[in-house]
Ligand binder design. Structure first.
Ligand SMILES: [Fe+2]
Ligand SMILES: [Fe+2]
Length: 319
């Protein structure tokens, strides 16, 4: 049963009228739902076997990202997202981010807050957000991935807090991302026809291959649809000492048309090719660690608190 979040202890900037359970359910469906193109991903992973992470080798990947059999909720979600993610909306969202007084809390508090906001609406939730973050980080730690990458796994979805700040709905928080300001690529989930109701779809500039960009301009200059990836990237880039690879993993982890489908290659510069490799290394830990054993939050906390301190010089972060 879905219960509306009501807790007096939230700071005033938090929206308490948002249904955390519905949000969590949609996140789950999106991430477990699939596209035919996932077949290509599996083949590619097979080809890159030694590069691919070791831990996920035995997982049944057919159960993840199954969009073809996705329910109406996922289809409706993408229909709304593809209609509303316009250049105008994206400029507005970035402006709001830079011009508002933002909530302040530590990374660990943010993890607990995200977990609480979602869990408190559903006492039966099996795995909370905090567990997904810890599972991703722990899988990287087991594989001997560097400390900065483990931390990236730990924080990569904290941008979902956006849903409880000033997002307009779920469509500007979760789901696959894509470039705006240029033609909607056919490799985006459900194809470019899915954008037919988007005001930018027939725009004389935004509907062209390059749109407002120039070939080779670099993805730093490309506006990626606003959501939890882009938001967290903006939060972390000025407040941590995480390397560029980590920032790319955060910014592009839902950018499936790019990192799995090969879209937007014409905008890439040299640095982006290196970043693409990093994001591909990250992706399996996000997707396939979800069936791993339930982590013990209290046991793992000291290790990760130290890791957070290593890369976030100030304990309190502006969200
Ligand atoms: Fe995510
Ligand atoms: Fe994730």
């Amino acid at each position: 049963m879905s219960v509306i979040v009501q807790q007096a202890s939230h700071p005033p900037s938090f929206r308490t009228d948002r249904d955390g359970l519905a949000f969590e359910a949609l996140c789950d469906e999106i991430e477990h739902a699939d596209i035919a193109a996932d077949q290509a991903l599996k083949k590619k992973e097979q080809d890159d076997k030694d590069e691919a992470s070791r831990f996920d080798a035995e997982k049944d990947k057919t159960q993840f990202r199954d969009y073809e059999n996705a329910c109406d909720r996922v289809k409706n979600f993408y229909s709304e997202q593809h209609t509303k993610q316009t250049v105008a909306y994206n400029l507005k969202a970035r402006h709001a981010f830079h011009s508002k007084t933002r909530a302040e809390m530590s990374i660990w508090e943010a993890m607990e807050r995200l977990n609480t906001l979602i869990d408190e609406s559903d006492p039966d939730t099996e795995l909370g957000q905090i567990e997904h973050l810890l599972q991703s980080a722990e899988a990287m730690r087991r594989d001997g991935r560097p400390r900065w990458m483990q931390l990236t796994g730990l924080i990569h979805d904290l941008g979902k807090l956006l849903f409880f700040f000033d997002a307009e709905g779920q469509w500007d928080v979760v789901g696959d991302t894509f470039a705006v300001g240029c033609a909607f690529d056919d490799r985006i989930i459900y194809g470019n026809k899915s954008f037919a109701s988007n005001p930018d779809f027939n725009d004389p500039v935004y509907s062209t291959e390059n749109g407002i960009y120039t070939p080779g301009c670099g993805l730093d200059k490309v506006m990626i649809s606003w959501g939890h990836d882009e938001y967290l990237y903006h939060v972390v880039k000025d407040q941590s000492t995480l390397p560029d690879e980590a920032l790319a993993m955060i910014r592009y982890h839902s950018f499936y048309p790019w990192h799995q489908q090969g879209a937007y290659r014409h905008f890439m510069n040299e640095k982006d090719h290196e970043m693409l490799e990093a994001v591909k290394k990250f992706n399996p830990y996000d997707l396939y660690s979800k069936s791993d054993e339930r982590p013990s939050v209290e046991e793992l906390k000291p290790y990760y608190m130290e890791l957070i301190d290593e890369f976030f010089p100030s304990k309190v972060i502006k969200w």
